[in-house]
Ligand binder design. Structure first.
Ligand SMILES: *[C@@H]1O[C@H](CO)[C@@H](O)[C@H](O)[C@H]1NC(C)=O
Ligand SMILES: *[C@@H]1O[C@H](CO)[C@@H](O)[C@H](O)[C@H]1NC(C)=O
Ligand SMILES: *[C@@H]1O[C@H](CO)[C@@H](O)[C@H](O)[C@H]1NC(C)=O
Length: 406
């Protein structure tokens, strides 16, 4: 019995990480997929996403790299126009930002006719696709090696304070345009955090879109997320000295294999929230996702589940006094997002992570201009990988952006 409980807890940790993707089933089929080595000394060359995923369809693609104040190099993939279009000064600029354990590829995985990056380029937008630190496309850090603790010493606080502003400032100064930002899941969370924390960023944002917006995880229906948080498994991982949270390597592969081989019920339950995923493509998705994140980032999500709050990382009373000069971590107060910010929030009735109750609480707390698009049948990943997302979500997004262009 005890070993069963132990095994269940193992499932739960992984499912927190995999919530964005629901890729458990394919992991069972492909437990050995290893994308690249993160073993400092023998890192292979960073693969080119432009070549693998964009240029093969004959779309133009440039890779830009920006460096955060703490040294992380972030690639931004630029698709300046669609297959037949050309670059023009009248083009509106869009930045796409992926979710937890994903990278820029997430907006391209379904190819030109179904993926947001291509669809926006073909609709005449100037498309930039960002990557937060430590995705597989990232060259790394100018000083830190991936096999140091410091390399993994970050949570979404650093994405809010460093990664997002660095990327947006770069695109803004390169194009001279305000940015239509489109973030999915963690990509929505970091925009909400950044806009609450630093209202001067408002100047960079044109009308923007949050898909599966995550600000509160208080009612998350993901029993996996809840259990993992309740059991403080994230802290156990941390204490065990595992700084990189990568379900595709080392202990991660073994755990995932164990999980899915011995717990089909759990895998099925986890898949259920996705209504429009094309399951025959999952093995392909798994070549690129999930991507590594930090254990501390996972801890930060678990903290959200436990507290029901959107706040900075909790270092404990003493640590918080040192970090923040107060006992509790500061709150990201979304009600402070300035009223001139325009947001379209698209959320799903079957989203186990961005639960309807939590999204509605977010909507209530916002004082900016909010429109909503509620998709009763949509699960978390359907907004990005769902086969009907173009007609259901992307066309309404394009209408919204055009109606709210500057
Ligand atoms: C991690 O970051 C915290 C907070 O900034 C700092 O106190 C700590 O020394 C860092 N640890 C490592 C190993 O870099
Ligand atoms: C699912 O994906 C496969 C492989 O890309 C494709 O052949 C099939 O038409 C897709 N099915 C749907 C319903 O999109
Ligand atoms: C979390 O949800 C519960 C039940 O829905 C509610 O009683 C509680 O006040 C919420 N906590 C926060 C911090 O919103």
């Amino acid at each position: 019995m005890e070993s069963l409980i132990m095994r269940c807890t193992v499932f739960n940790v992984l499912f927190v990480l995999l919530t964005c993707l629901n890729l458990c089933f394919s992991a069972r089929l492909n437990p050995d997929i290893i994308i690249r080595s993160r073993d400092g000394s023998q890192q292979p060359a960073t693969p080119s996403l432009c070549a693998i995923m964009v240029q093969i369809y004959e779309y133009p693609c440039e890779e830009h790299v920006v460096t955060t104040p703490d040294g992380f190099q972030l690639p931004i993939h630029h698709i300046p126009h669609g297959i037949s279009g050309s670059t023009g000064s009248s083009q509106a600029t869009v930045v796409l930002q992926h979710g937890l354990a994903q990278g820029a590829e997430n907006f391209m995985l379904n190819g030109p006719s179904e993926s947001l990056a291509f669809i926006l380029a073909d609709a005449g937008f100037d498309v930039w696709v960002g990557n937060t630190r430590t995705t597989m496309w990232s060259p790394g850090n100018v000083e830190l090696s991936p096999n140091t603790q410091s390399y993994w010493n970050w949570s979404f606080d650093q994405l809010i304070s460093y990664d997002l502003p660095t990327m947006l400032q770069y695109v803004y100064s390169t194009t001279g345009n305000k940015i239509h930002y489109i973030g999915h899941s963690q990509g929505s969370l970091i925009a909400l955090g950044a806009l609450s924390q630093d209202t001067s960023l408002t100047d960079l944002f044109a009308a923007s879109v949050l898909l599966s917006p995550v600000a509160y995880l208080n009612n998350s229906q993901s029993i996996f997320a809840k259990d993992a948080a309740d059991l403080y498994l994230d802290k156990l991982f941390d204490l065990a000295g595992i700084q990189e949270f990568n379900p595709l390597q080392g202990i991660g592969v073994k755990l995932l294999d164990l999980v899915c081989a011995s717990a089909n019920f759990a895998c099925r339950a986890f898949w259920a929230p996705s209504t429009y995923l094309n399951y025959s493509r999952v093995a392909y998705y798994m070549q690129y996702e999930p991507q590594p994140t930090s254990t501390i980032n996972i801890r930060h999500y678990a903290q959200m589940v436990r507290s029901g709050l959107l706040q900075k990382f909790d270092y404990g009373t003493t640590g918080n006094r040192l970090q923040y000069s107060q006992e509790n971590p500061p709150i990201y107060d979304v009600s402070k997002i300035p009223s001139q910010v325009s947001l379209l929030l698209a959320y799903g009735g079957k989203d186990a992570l961005a639960d309807v109750t939590d999204v509605q609480k977010l909507i209530q707390n916002l004082n900016c201009q909010v429109q909503t698009l509620f998709m009763p049948q949509y699960g978390h990943s359907d907004f990005i990988l769902g086969t009907k997302a173009n007609e259901d979500v992307y066309q309404p997004i394009i209408k919204y952006l055009r109606a709210n262009s500057l």
